[in-house]
Design a protein around this ligand. Sequence first.
Ligand SMILES: Nc1ncnc2c1ncn2[C@@H]1O[C@H](COP(=O)(O)OP(=O)(O)OP(=O)(O)O)[C@@H](O)[C@H]1O
Length: 303
Amino acid sequence: MIKVNNISKSYNKTEALKNISFEVKKGELFGLIGPDGAGKTTLMRILMTLLIQDKGEAEMSGLDVVRDYKKIRRLVGYMPGRFSLYQDLTVEENLEFFATVFGTSIAENYELIKDIYVQIEPFKTRLAGKLSGGMKQKLALSCALIHKPKILVLDEPTTGVDAVSRREFWDMLKKLQQQGITILVSTPYMDEASLCDRVALMQKGEILRIDSPARIVENHPRALLAARSEEMYRLINDLRAWEKVETAYAFGQFVHVTPVDDAMEAVELEHYLMSKKHRKLQVFETNPGIEDVFMALMSASNQ
Ligand SMILES: Nc1ncnc2c1ncn2[C@@H]1O[C@H](COP(=O)(O)OP(=O)(O)OP(=O)(O)O)[C@@H](O)[C@H]1O
């Protein structure tokens, strides 16, 4: 449904995308995961025909993003990073505006947006600029869906939205997927990776891995230890200062530690931390999750 072949794009001296290739299958929920500046927005803008690549080609539903840009725009729903709502129009006026641009009406396509729109309908006379982040997000999604797109492209739809709204939003995406819509979504939140069918982990214009979240974790060869103590800040510093530790970073209430030697046992790490006078210590071996794998891949490619 989406084909990207050797796409490169630079802004003056910044190489935003370096020879990117991947495919998204029909009906797939595909995630572009990566920190700020990874190139996610640039890639989406190329696919949305809003920016032209320097090199390579891309297709949306068999249509070329440069040659067939007009057809693609009718086929695809887009929710840009900063929600493209008219702040001084009401909720209903925004939706009517997007429907009119695509030559349709709210009534005609109400079924598709119903589940989402009913949540903001009680506020339909409120100005979009006066909505909360979560409500703006729902309105922006309704606007992106109002012309019944086959493909939905969402650029960081959950950035700046609270945890509950984030979860609800992903539930909505799953429902849209069940209706046959192919979804490409970007996010800087690594925990959202596990909600996608497949993900591409991006950093500095490159794809570091591309696979299902489960397979990315399965194929990760490294061991992982978890540690906590009374003084977490000092714990991280002590861990990072030890030559037997490759990486250590905060993960919830623990520090996740990748030892240089995968065979290191928890007890060896514990002895080291006891020698540093840490109290209320807890150290144990654990299994890496997708976030751990991403952190490891990103730090390896930074070296
Ligand atoms: N219009 C522009 N002019 C110059 N450099 C740009 C422009 N747009 C993006 N860049 C640079 O290209 C790189 C990729 O940016 P891009 O916005 O695509 O990344 P991103 O993964 O979407 O991150 P973000 O969440 O910050 O938007 C960054 O180094 C960015 O500074």
